[in-house]
Design a protein around this ligand. Structure first.
Ligand SMILES: Cc1ncc(COP(=O)(O)O)c(C=O)c1O
Length: 307
């Protein structure tokens, strides 16, 4: 989806018009991917107000990602949270996607250089379901990528580092060129890791399973929310490795992520998953999740921060 070139962004404490939120072509982050980012959603609540879903966890992950890459951040968690809320308010947004990014700016071009000042910016804009408007109900067709998910011995895979996303970009482009909506990446041992921009779950015999940190995943905040929702529904839900065969043999498969929310997978490489459309457990999880994000379930109120 093309960006709407309007509104204001927060850049290191200042509100800046869209056209002026630019950076130099010799910024370190542009050359080496030396940055970290977040993807966060806010949702319109029943009373017309807006709230951000799990804002603190996202701000904490941004700080943790920066630490993993030794990118100094001058904004603590509270300030980052406030910046996200401010950008939503200033742009009059309710249902929105929020994109904080911190990167090594202009200083020098030595790969390991520490003398590039960090630039932190927060943007927000409307963004519908990541995998298309019909995906949430009908499910998507996915393919196992020919690209291997980068391994935790190569990158801090639990961090959301900008450069890491070249791996996701290759997998996504390949999947789309082959006519699929999303890619699933295996790790170097052939175990299932995650989608190009989502975590993955299987459902078998009423129990949920999702790969763990040792499978080189980004430990998603939506994944964590779904694990809690499943347990609250009385469904067994465990973290553990999955083989490719486990995906094909599952009753249901779904992706979780801030952008993709909870999206069913109906087919993988020509294998129909379960009944070949959204399964009943995925639907139950989705229903609780979407009530939670809109503030309609008191059990999950603590996940929402008012804008
Ligand atoms: C590679 C990858 N895995 C998993 C996720 C899901 O993470 P979250 O639920 O925190 O958005 C994302 C999205 O941020 C992602 O890019």
């Amino acid at each position: 989806m093309a960006l709407e070139k309007k509104g204001v962004l927060w850049v290191d404490g200042e509100m800046v018009p869209f056209a002026d939120a630019t950076t130099h072509v010799l910024s370190h982050g542009l050359h080496y991917g030396s940055g970290v980012f977040e993807g966060i959603r806010s949702y319109r609540q029943k009373d017309g107000s807006a709230a951000v879903f799990r804002l603190r966890e996202h701000a904490e992950r941004l700080v943790a990602s920066a630490k993993a890459y030794k990118i100094p951040l001058s904004h603590p968690v509270e300030a980052l949270m406030e910046a996200c809320r401010l950008v939503l308010r200033e742009n009059g947004l309710g249902d929105a996607y929020i994109r904080p990014v911190s990167f090594a700016g202009l200083g020098s071009l030595g790969v390991g250089s520490r003398d590039c000042p960090t630039v932190t910016a927060v943007a927000a804009f409307p963004w519908g379901p990541y995998l298309g408007p019909e995906a949430l109900e009908k499910g998507v067709r996915a393919t196992i990528s020919s690209w291997t998910r980068l391994h935790h011995s190569m990158f801090p895979t639990a961090a959301k580092g900008c450069g890491q996303y070249l791996n996701s970009m290759l997998a996504t482009r390949e999947a789309k060129e082959k006519g699929f909506e999303e890619a699933i990446l295996l790790d170097r041992d052939g175990k299932v890791s995650e989608g190009a921009g989502e975590n993955i779950f299987t459902v078998r015999g009423g129990a949920l399973r999702t790969p763990g940190r040792e499978d080189s995943i980004l430990a998603g905040i939506t994944r964590d929310s779904v694990l809690r929702i499943a347990r609250d529904l009385g469904l067994p839900a465990v973290e553990g490795s999955l083989t490719r065969q486990d995906l094909y043999a599952a009753d249901e498969v779904f992706f979780t992520g801030t952008a993709a929310e909870v999206t069913p997978v109906r087919e993988i490489d020509g294998y129909s998953i379960g009944i070949g459309r959204r399964g009943p457990i995925t639907e139950r999880i989705q229903s609780v999740f979407f009530r939670a994000v809109r503030g309609e379930d008191p059990r999950y109120r603590e996940w929402l921060t008012a804008v």
